[in-house]
Every structure is written in C-alpha cells, then in structure tokens.
Design a protein around this ligand. Structure first.
Ligand code: GRF
Length: 204
C-alpha cells in the first residue's frame, strides 16, 4: 500500500513510519509514495529526503484553504497514495480534501479524542495533572479530531513532573502505535467494524 505522509514540522512520527516501512512492522506491507509538507522549510522534509523518501511541498502561507487543498490533492494524486497519513500536519483539511481520499486519511492525536481535540494536548494533560493520557489513531472526517477511532494506547504519567517528560513518554507511544495500527489496518486485522467505520467516514 502506498503511503503519503503529510507533515509541517520536525517529523518524528514520519521517521518512525519510514523506519517501520524500511525494516519494521510495515515492511512488505507499505511503501512511502511521498512525504509532503505545506511548509517547504519543515525540518521533517529534509529528514525524509535523507532517509530516501520522495518529497514534495507547497507553501500554504497566505493561501485560501479550499484552493490550497485542491492543489495538494492534485500533487498527491501524482503519487497515487492508498492512505494519506497525517503526521503533525498543522492544517485543518477542507471537505474537498477529505472527500478526495475519503475513509483513507489517518491522523494521530496525542490525547483521547473523546476528551481533547485540537492543539496542545500534552500541555492539557500536564496542566490537568492526569495520571494517564491516551494516544489516539483515528480516521479523519470533516470535524476536528472527531473521526472513528482505529486504536488507542495509554501513556502512564505518574511521576512525569515536566511537560517535556509528558511529551517524551507520549511520543514513545506515538512512534510505535501509528505504524502498528497502519500495519493492522492494511492486514485487515482491525475489528470488522473498522471497514464499516471507514465507509461511514467516507460518506459523512
Ligand atoms: C505529534 O505529537 C502528533 O501526535 C501531533 O503532532 C505532533 C507531531 O510531532 N499530531 P512530529 O512532527 O511527528 O515529531
């Protein structure tokens, strides 16, 4: 299966996914069709190129969402992705984009999406002194972090007394959970309801 990985920043989740494709759980299941960024100077883009991935970018600065997304859909179309994998892609996707890849867009959110949506999820967990948070991998629908959940994994936060420690523990879970969930999705190992969920995300 061909993956288009989208990022805007440092790309640590992208690195974990590429490593999983190259010699981990996604080996022989997936290939990286392209790593795309809306920020041409995103550090993750350079890292992806250094890891041997095709890369592409289009600057979203000052662009209207719908027009920009239409161009991104066209660019990604050249790479014929089976899945669009958001990995720190800091844009809310327009309905046009979501419909173009309906039911095939995944996101990772560093909290339980039932409890927290949007930015600063680790700050939220830290400030509320949660003893545990959850990492969520979900399908993307037209809401903000509202799509059907594919997988969740707990992160113990006992004794995590700085924000960077909360992030360190969370990212360690993110990095295995995203690749693991994609592998299970591609293998058809997620619960049968998942394909129904994908169909639901596709039409809603
Ligand atoms: C991660 O915490 C991810 O869950 C969130 O954005 C962050 C991206 O980090 N959606 P990175 O660029 O993958 O290092």
């Amino acid at each position: 299966q061909r993956l288009a990985i989208l990022l805007s920043g440092r790309g640590s989740n992208m690195v974990a996914l590429v490593q999983a494709v190259q010699h981990g759980v996604l080996q022989n299941l997936a290939e990286v069709a392209v790593v795309f960024s809306n920020k041409p100077d995103a550090p993750g883009l350079e890292t992806a190129a250094a890891m041997g991935c095709p890369t592409a970018s289009l600057s979203s600065q000052g662009r209207k969402r719908v027009e920009f997304d239409a161009e991104v859909v066209e660019v990604l179309g050249h790479y014929q992705p089976d899945y669009v994998v958001l990995a720190g892609y800091m844009r809310i996707l327009s309905p046009t984009f979501i419909r173009a890849f309906a039911g095939r867009i995944l996101n990772i959110h560093p909290a339980d999406t039932h409890q927290h949506q949007g930015l600063h999820a680790y700050e939220w967990a830290f400030e509320n002194q949660l003893s545990e948070t959850k990492i969520t991998v979900h399908l993307v629908d037209e809401g903000l972090d509202t799509g059907p959940i594919l997988a969740q994994h707990p992160v113990g936060l006992q004794g995590a007394d700085t924000l960077s420690e909360v992030e360190r523990r969370g990212l360690a879970v993110e990095h295995f959970l995203y690749a693991d969930t994609l592998a299970r999705l591609i293998r058809g190992e997620l619960p049968a309801t998942t394909s129904e969920m994908a169909a639901t995300a596709a039409v809603s």
